[in-house]
Each structure stands twice: as C-alpha cells, then as structure tokens.
Design a protein around this ligand. Structure first.
Ligand SMILES: [Zn+2]
Length: 98
C-alpha cells in the first residue's frame, strides 16, 4: 500500500494511492484492501474496475483475502492502540490557525 502526501488547505495530508491505477483513493467506500496471505504484501485499490485487475482477482484458490477499506482502517487503529477521538482532537488543534 502506497501513501502520498498531498497539499490540502496549506497542510501536507497523507492519501492512499491505488496500487492498480496509481490514482488517489478519495472515496473510501469505493475502495478495498487486499493482502497476500503467503507473502504479507498489502495493496489498496478502487472497487470494481481496479479490483478486477488486482492480484488474485481471477484466482480460484485465492491467497488474497480482502476487506472494506473503512474496516481496514478501524482494525488498523485498534491494533496500534490509537485512541481515535483523542488523536482527532489533537489533529484539529494542530490544524487550527492561531
Ligand atoms: Zn484504482
């Protein structure tokens, strides 16, 4: 999974890049995350068009499980012990102009 920092309102903000088409994933509801159960490689891609071209898309014995992009983020936050509400407040404080 690739991350690209993009300027938004004068700040550099992390964005996820689709591993298939190379475009930014702007609508998380239209994206998914896949991982190779053997190698551990993780990719993010747009649903439908890019998913059809992604690794494991045509395989009968799929070593590429997947989950919704939003669920992936929830699990990632949980597994890293991040207090989302606390971090969201801190991010808002840091982004507010003085
Ligand atoms: Zn894509």
């Amino acid at each position: 999974m690739k991350i690209k920092f993009v300027q938004l309102d004068g700040r550099s903000c992390p964005n996820v890049v689709c591993d298939v088409c190379g475009e930014l994933i702007k609508d998380g509801k239209m994206a998914l995350v896949k991982w190779n159960a053997d190698s551990g490689e993780v990719i993010a891609c747009h649903k439908i068009t890019c998913d059809k071209k992604s690794p494991g898309a045509r395989s009968g014995d799929d070593p590429w499980p997947w989950e919704e992009f939003g669920q992936f983020l929830v699990y990632l936050v949980h597994s890293t012990g991040i207090d989302f509400e606390e971090e969201e407040k801190l991010a808002k404080m840091l982004s507010d102009p003085m």
